[in-house]
Design a protein around this ligand. Sequence first.
Ligand SMILES: Cc1cc2nc3c(=O)[nH]c(=O)nc-3n(C[C@H](O)[C@H](O)[C@H](O)COP(=O)(O)OP(=O)(O)OC[C@H]3O[C@@H](n4cnc5c(N)ncnc54)[C@H](O)[C@@H]3O)c2cc1C
Length: 462
Amino acid sequence: MVLPRQFIDELKSVVGDKWVVEDLVAIERYLYDETAPPVRPSASREIIVVKPGSIDEVANVIKIANKYRVPVYPRGGGTSLVGGAVPTKPGIVLSLERLDRIYIDVESMVAEVEAGVTLGKLIEEAEKHGLMFPAHPGDEGAYIGGLIACNAGGSRAVRTGVMRNYVLGLEVVLPTGDILKLGGKTIKNNMGYNLAHLFIGSEGILGVIVKAYLRLYPKWRYTATAVIPFNSRSSAFRTARKILSTGLIPLAIEYFDRQVIETSAKYLRVSWPIDIGQYYIMIVLAEPVEETVLVELELIDRVAREEGGLEPFVFQREDEQKNVLKIRSEIYSALKSSTFDILDTTVPIGVIDRFIEMVNKIEEKYRIWLPTYGHVGDGNVHIHILNYPNFTQDTLEKIRDEIYDIAIQLGGTITGEHGIGYTRKRYVRKLLGNTWVKTMKMLKYVLDPNNILNPDKVLPED
Ligand SMILES: Cc1cc2nc3c(=O)[nH]c(=O)nc-3n(C[C@H](O)[C@H](O)[C@H](O)COP(=O)(O)OP(=O)(O)OC[C@H]3O[C@@H](n4cnc5c(N)ncnc54)[C@H](O)[C@@H]3O)c2cc1C
């Protein structure tokens, strides 16, 4: 399909010549996302990039695309790990980068943000106003639109939830070009069905998110990060569960082992400051009063020791906390170049240690290392399948399928964070069933009768 000249001219008349990019070199970076290259879908070369500067322009661009039946690929920061942002068929990449306005309503503790604001910018703006956006789904270059479209999670979902829990209101451009306004700044709103939740997590196939009202929190003034070493992995997991059952709700509880964390430290050319233990849980505490943090640290120490935990390392100075959190958060980057695929399997927290034991059996069976770490506080574990050159693609996929099978067997899901995108489409029918697929396709048809919005993603072919 060659995009008609008339179509391109109409787009230019809406956004201006400068914001319709046809030059192949300039569009190159819009053709891929963060998905590991061995599993990333290939992009079409018949692509132009359109960069509207306002919500009305987005609506008009979509109207034109719908008229010409041209696929539209909404794009945020391009940090998808499942091929969600790759334009796989000829069409337009709709980059939301120019929709970057943000307003903080301090009194209502709400951020009014356009889709192209980055996570980093939102965090910074909230902090400037003495508030906090606690969610931290990994990459601060992700855009708010993309984070909502993927219902992103991250390590801090333990206390304040995933993106869905922050969204009070949304503005969405439908695939016909109509603008739908849902909710607003209120915490409660019972006017009709909560349609916003249909679009949160819809991965760009039902509508283009252009604006959101996001709940903010007061900035917790006192924080501490405790790292507890263990010699036994099951003790580490038992401790994490027990901490949660005390009623204490940390901002995050993360798990990793020595091999994984030292790989990250080496990548950053620093050293992991803890020389005891083979397995770790890292607990981030944040409270308005210092005494509360101290009481919580005591409680955590007691629970951990009862479960065989070694001497805990408590970091209270900001630079020390930043250092250990940085080493944790760069695990992904340290492993990236040798990764075949990164998983985000999630199981009920009660069986997370069984899940890891079963993953270990797979490691033994294939004599491989499956670096495993993640958000033990909500059962969400990242496993990297490394690109062992002596393994065929089929074998690596088989390993992935075996991990997926055990997650399902234990009552979990193959994705707690990254979504279905392109790479998980093949599992949808098997795991969610024909009725799910049929229902989703009916919804898609009602909203997008010409199938222009992010076609080729999420829903399997008939
Ligand atoms: C280092 C790293 C760490 C990460 N950590 C986490 C983590 O902890 N938790 C987590 O959940 N994810 C994580 N991710 C995955 C990724 O950051 C999230 O999926 C994020 O939500 C994607 O946002 P984005 O703006 O980059 O979207 P893109 O990659 O640009 O797009 C992703 C999908 O959303 C759609 N989309 C984008 N913008 C819009 C819009 N405005 N309207 C409608 N649809 C849209 C796209 O069409 C596509 O299907 C991580 C990724 C990286 C690279």
